[in-house]
Unconditional design. Structure first.
Length: 73
């Protein structure tokens, strides 16, 4: 999960992002984002996520018959 959530909203798991910089403000449950900074991902983890998104997009087009896939980042 990216830095836009807190552990209480993702079954106690730690958030992770490209850096350990939390966003400002409060999550929907009232927790301060700053109290739960994300764990910075390694280059290998980031590359793995990119690969997973590419693989998923390929399956959407080739297997599920989508006309295209739009990925926001």
């Amino acid at each position: 999960m990216g830095r836009g959530t807190v552990p209480a909203l993702i079954e106690g798991n730690q958030t992770w992002s490209s850096s350990d910089i939390p966003i400002k403000g409060k999550a929907v449950n009232g927790d301060e984002y700053a109290d739960f900074p994300p764990r910075p991902m390694t280059v290998e983890e980031i590359n793995g996520v990119v690969t997973n998104f590419a693989d998923a997009a390929k399956r959407c087009v080739e297997d599920a018959g989508f006309d295209g896939v739009e990925i926001h980042g």
